[in-house]
Design a protein around this ligand. Structure first.
Ligand code: NIG
Ligand code: FE
Length: 416
């Protein structure tokens, strides 16, 4: 499954065009794909020094590109998970000081090394599922020092693991407890101190805001994202997740690269996204894990001609899964997306949303060799058999993932 095609995000019928080469092969040289084509042709290019991997009828896919994750935090929220099983809601838990704030408290107490250790455990999960690039948000620090600590942890994880991280500053994830009575001061802190420092240290490529009636209002989101743009950051936005607050329309007005979640977005919002060419990122894992049945209107978005993306939203509260194949399964069962559409939405389309469409997201000569062989006879099995990972052999930048790059022994020192 090469996903070769036009050099831009795919929309409409293009979402179903996977550019499959039956009996195909590819040649990797150093970290790059040197050639892709029918096996017979590729065979003629190899020499004695080439090691051969026989996929034996399995499918090879570009590494998944997960364009929305919150992968650096301390602790878990298993206690709140149990509370929700007993009937409490996500919003009730947040209102009593739990939710994002409880992860913020634990994350502030952790040092850089501990956050990197915790992050390596999750990096391993992403890679084993066949994901080779993730967009990684900060957002569990919510003070200047703690947000910088998270972004530095993301940088270290990028350097120290085979997973590729694209960093996003999400200081506007929640108003931290100490600012609840003076929220304007927190918005000023974001604008006057955090964004300039993040930009100065080049710690992030994008800025995101959790735009939601009870979190950051449309006005606040506008101010924060416009400032981020002045600092040279690309824009992303959590929009219309828990209510219809006009987030999609605001994303369109700002011309963000993506608008994410969109569970409550209506036809007007979809039309606005289309007119501004914003890519929607749909996160069915968070809908599922919150026990909601309100999935975003994927079909209407596809019919409107949007270049949609599917991602995990991996985070300790609303979506504790790094599994892209889980997103594929949910997309088919609850959002009526075909497996082919979902594969485009987890490879080439997210690559473009991260400004990396020229180097990842498809199997084409010259691109980085992020290649995953999945143990499937038919690509539709990726979405059909669920609850297991299909990735069989994972190559990140041409290097095969080995079993022992993560030191699990150290992980137990991380406060959970
Ligand atoms: O994408 N929407 C806001 N942020 C996350 C939830 C984070 C958390 O609960 O820790 C999300 O769902
Ligand atoms: Fe999120």
């Amino acid at each position: 499954m090469t996903l070769a095609g036009p050099q831009r995000p795919r929309a409409g019928a293009e979402l179903s065009e996977l550019a499959i080469i039956e009996n195909g092969a590819l040649l990797i040289r150093d970290s790059k794909i040197a050639a892709v084509g029918p096996t017979e042709k590729i065979k003629s290019l190899i020499d004695n020094g080439t090691s051969v991997v026989d996929a034996a009828g399995r499918i090879a896919l570009p590494g998944f590109v997960d364009a929305h994750t919150h992968p650096v935090f301390a602790g878990t929220r298993v206690d709140e998970f149990e509370d929700r099983a007993r009937g409490a809601t996500y919003q009730e838990i947040a209102a009593r000081g739990g939710g994002i704030q409880s992860t913020v408290n634990k994350t502030r107490a952790a040092n850089l090394k501990q956050l990197v250790q915790a992050g390596k455990r999750y990096a391993d999960w992403f890679l084993r599922g066949g994901t080779t690039t993730i967009e990684a948000k900060s957002g569990y620090g919510l003070s200047l020092e703690d947000e910088l600590k998270l972004l530095r942890a993301i940088r270290k994880l990028d350097e120290q693991t085979p997973l590729r991280y694209v960093p996003t500053f999400l200081g506007a994830h929640s108003i931290p407890a100490e600012y609840r009575a003076r929220r304007d001061d927190y918005v000023s802190l974001l604008i006057d101190e955090m964004l300039p420092s993040v930009a100065h240290e080049k710690l992030a490529e994008y800025c995101d805001v959790f735009c939601e009636a009870k979190v950051f209002t449309n006005d606040e989101s506008w101010k924060i994202l416009s400032t981020a743009r002045c600092h040279g950051l690309g824009l992303r936005m959590h929009a219309d997740q828990l209510s219809l607050s006009g987030g999609a329309k605001l994303a369109a007005e700002l011309g963000t690269v993506t608008a994410d979640h969109l569970e409550h977005t209506n036809d007007e919002g979809i039309a606005a996204l289309k007119s501004a060419n914003v890519q929607p990122i749909l996160l069915p894992g968070s809908v599922y894990a919150l026990g909601s049945s309100r999935y975003p209107a994927a079909r209407a978005m596809i019919e409107a001609g949007l270049a949609i993306i599917l991602a995990t939203d991996f985070n300790p509260g609303s979506s504790p899964t790094p599994s892209m194949t889980m997103a594929l399964s949910l997309a088919s069962t609850h959002m009526k997306m075909t497996p082919a559409e979902s594969i485009t939405a987890t490879t080439i389309n997210p690559a473009y949303s991260l400004n990396r469409g020229h180097e990842i997201g498809s199997l084409e000569a010259g691109k980085i060799a992020d290649v995953v062989i999945h143990d499937c006879d038919d690509y539709r099995e990726l979405a059909y058999f669920f609850g297991i990972e299909h990735a069989w052999r994972v190559f990140a930048a041409g290097k095969e993932l080995s079993a022992d790059y993560t030191d699990y022994a150290e992980v137990s020192t991380v406060p959970r």
